[in-house]
Design a protein around this ligand. Sequence first.
Ligand code: CTP
Ligand code: CA
Length: 231
Amino acid sequence: LAGGSLRQDLAGRRVLISAGGTREPLDPVRFLGNRSSGRQGWALARVAAARGAEVTLVAANVDDAAPFGCRVVPVGSAEELRTAMAGHAPDADVVVMAAAVADFRPTEVAGAKMKKGSGSEPTAVPLTRNPDVLAELVAARPVGQLVVGFAAETGDADDDVLGHARAKLARKGCDLLVVNDVSGGQVFGRPDNAVTVLAADGGFTEVPAGSKDVVAAGIWDAVAARSATRR
Ligand code: CTP
Ligand code: CA
């Protein structure tokens, strides 16, 4: 596997990973969604299992077959993902929020399919803010649990990519933040990826570009260096 790494440095570690992208229903057949493929989360699960971890994968709208040795819990919306993560997190040594969670959901979900020409035509979709699942997991975490967030950032007039990422890490309160620079429109749906892992203690690790399995191995190296098994 990735990096030729068959060492069992995650043996006995219970790992909970969210992957994919949530879908927020508008009516029984329509949703607001995003472009997350779930591939990086899948690679994280596959590599963690190969290194000995017990992996639970909360998968938002990913069709791929379960990675070998992983338990998959399928979910659709942000609310379903939140419930699944809250249910499994108390047993985890490491929680990784790789899923793209919708920031907003339609305020009203129509019980029946919306039809054209039935009275007034809709002109806007009112939205409601979704709960911040990562922040909730941080607030509820048991002693010794390591919580890892993800962020796709672009530089702008206010700050560069790592500046925005440092601010997000502080805001979320997680231990590690895996940062993707998406300035050039890279990453989404692409097989390759490069990330920086920022730590709350100020440290950071550059994981050079490679396949998503190679990047996953680099992310687990950073996690394994900081997490001890609680059992
Ligand atoms: N996240 C979450 N719940 C949300 C939104 C995001 O748990 N409602 C998690 C993501 O899974 C990711 C991290 O928070 O691990 C950062 O997501 P991101 O969208 O970058 O952060 P936001 O706080 O939503 O900031 P932004 O306004 O930049 O989108
Ligand atoms: Ca967001």
